[in-house]
Design a protein. Structure first.
Length: 278
């Protein structure tokens, strides 16, 4: 992109392979997402310092800890943090419950503090930073309880940062928020709106709208399998989750983190039992 270099920090498996993007311009650095662990946040800060420009701002694409947890360590308190209004509200609601859920597993790597984005943006609002035009599109519930997409423009070039709306083939998808029907609708919408725009996902390598098509196929397979195995019930037994996991591993044998399949099984079973998105 003209006057812009996109640098990617990707966490290891313990950090759920989450991407953070540092957009380097002649005027400074803009951060998109901030990782899961304390060490991720520090590593992102080191990457930003190596780019030898001031950090102008940070953005959070959606309300999941592997994208907002690292903020207090990645950027200083003087750096403004932007997000869609629904994303910021959801972060404020879930940050403490997520800490209670996951800190016993992560220990000191789970942050003991968090930052709620204070610069909240409405749908379609554009922020100009470092010669970039960054337009936020609020999308509502999809992969998370509150998703958004950032369209970045530098001159005539464009790139879209789509959060976790598509995982590529790196890992199994997170479905535990139970909005797969709405998620499918977002994929249909964005496949039209982002045609021809390079896409940068929250996990996995950049691509084009084929990422969205592949994600649609994965979700349809997941939902069909849950619908058959659950047979109208709002939860799966352990052996049924094992069956579902085996099916999804066979469908996507290259994908890491198969434990994610069982993690989301009950949420999707409840969603389907209620008739959502049928």
């Amino acid at each position: 992109m003209t006057d812009l270099a996109i640098h990617t920090y990707t966490a290891d498996e313990s950090g759920i392979f989450a991407n953070a993007y540092l957009l380097q311009t002649p005027h400074g650095v803009v951060l998109i997402d901030a990782g899961l662990r304390v060490s991720d946040g520090h590593a992102i800060a080191e990457r930003a310092a190596a780019l030898r420009g001031p950090v102008l701002a940070a953005f959070v694409t959606h309300a999941h800890p592997d994208h907002f947890n690292g903020l207090p360590y990645a950027v200083g308190d003087d750096v403004p943090v932007y997000a869609g209004a629904a994303v910021a509200k959801t972060i404020a609601e879930i940050a403490e419950p997520k800490r209670e859920q996951w800190q016993p597993l992560y220990g000191r790597e789970w942050p003991d503090r968090y930052r709620v984005p204070e610069r909240t943006l409405g749908d379609g609002v554009t922020v100009e930073l470092g010669g970039l035009r960054i337009t936020l599109h609020e999308l509502g519930a999809g992969e998370s309880h509150a998703d958004s997409c950032l369209l970045v423009e530098a001159g005539t070039e464009r790139a879209a940062f789509i959060g976790d709306l598509a995982f590529g083939d790196l890992m199994h998808s997170y479905t535990a928020d139970g909005h797969t029907g709405a998620w499918l609708g977002l994929l249909d919408r964005l496949e039209q709106e982002l045609a021809g725009v390079p896409l940068y996902p929250g996990h996995g390598a950049p691509g084009d709208t084929s990422l969205l098509s592949a994600q649609r196929r994965y979700l349809l397979m997941f939902r069909q399998a849950v619908l058959r195995i659950a047979d109208g019930r709002p939860a799966l037994a352990d052996d049924q989750k094992a069956e579902l996991t085996a099916l999804m591993e066979a469908y996507s044998p290259q994908a890491a983190l198969p434990w994610m399949v069982g993690l989301g099984a009950d949420a999707v079973a409840r969603e389907l039992a209620k008739g959502a998105g049928k």
